[in-house]
Design a protein around this ligand. Structure first.
Ligand SMILES: [Zn+2]
Length: 272
């Protein structure tokens, strides 16, 4: 069960934020949070900005997760903000980085575990496409609550279909880590332990959701081949290019079992 859902309080959900960029978002968000908790808005603003300066908290798909820790904060809280308009979150980036929905986390300086756990569960939640499709179109607390109710039911069963999704997500986490390392080197920034710690925790959270045998198999292939998954493209394994019989492709699409490529051994998946 994703405990995260139960942690989103109605009082901490802010509707209709009219902002134009990241800075005005952080100002408005900090002011709204300050009206609910016993922290001044400028401290909250500084906390979000400090973490943001290490690496963007835009996790793509229209969602950003600004977060940070404050000395003496005392708890870990999740806040949600619905923006009236999509903003270009990382305006200094070459890419367009639209954000419409914001989950923010504030936590105590002295409680990094709780903070990382909440963060990684949120990462997990918004990286599930079927979940995201529902929540990203929410504009109010009740719409969000309704969308998240569906998630609760979904998270109780771990059938093969989900195992494959979790594996894909695990590979994506590695890609995110590489992207961060590249960013640190091209922007001559020191790699931040805080950011790497967040990714490590996220991978741990994902691994816990994967069946032990499936995870062992995945890890073994990954050690041998560098990446353990291969997408089927035009009836071929995209990693080794061998043609995959139509019958097998259909089986992979059905997602009832984990099927390796008979040639390279990588786990096949399809996005069709
Ligand atoms: Zn192959």
């Amino acid at each position: 069960m994703l405990k995260i859902i139960d942690k989103i309080k109605k009082d901490y959900v802010f509707e209709g934020l009219e902002v134009t960029d990241k800075e005005t978002l952080f100002k408005e968000l900090s002011a709204r949070i300050a009206s609910k908790v016993s922290q001044p808005a400028d401290i909250i603003f500084e906390t979000f900005t400090k973490r943001e300066n290490e690496y963007t908290t835009n996790i793509s798909n229209g969602v950003a997760i600004p977060h940070g820790r404050i000395k003496g904060y005392g708890s870990t809280d999740i806040f949600v903000a619905f923006l009236t308009n999509t903003i270009n979150y990382d305006s200094d980036s070459d890419e367009h980085t639209p954000v419409k929905l914001v989950f923010a986390i504030l936590s105590d300086e002295d409680n990094p575990k709780d903070y990382l756990l909440n963060l990684s569960q949120l990462f997990f939640l918004v990286n599930q496409k079927d979940i995201l499709d529902k929540i990203v179109h929410s504009n109010t607390y009740s719409e969000l609550a309704e969308a998240l109710e569906g998630v609760k039911a979904m998270d109780e069963k771990y059938e093969t279909e989900k195992q494959i999704k979790f594996l894909i997500e695990l590979e994506r986490a590695d890609i995110q880590i590489r992207a961060y390392e590249l960013y640190s080197s091209t922007h001559s920034k020191q790699k931040s332990d805080a950011v790497l710690e967040e990714y490590r925790k996220y991978k741990e959270t994902l691994s816990e959701k994967i069946n032990e045998e499936v995870l062992e198999n995945y890890t073994r292939i990954k050690e041998n081949k560098g990446n353990a998954l291969s997408k089927i493209e035009n009836y071929a394994c995209s990693a080794c290019n061998v043609a995959i019989p139509k019958m097998i492709v259909n089986e992979v699409r059905r997602q009832n079992q984990i099927i390796p490529c008979f040639h390279c051994g990588r786990i096949l998946f399809s996005t069709d």
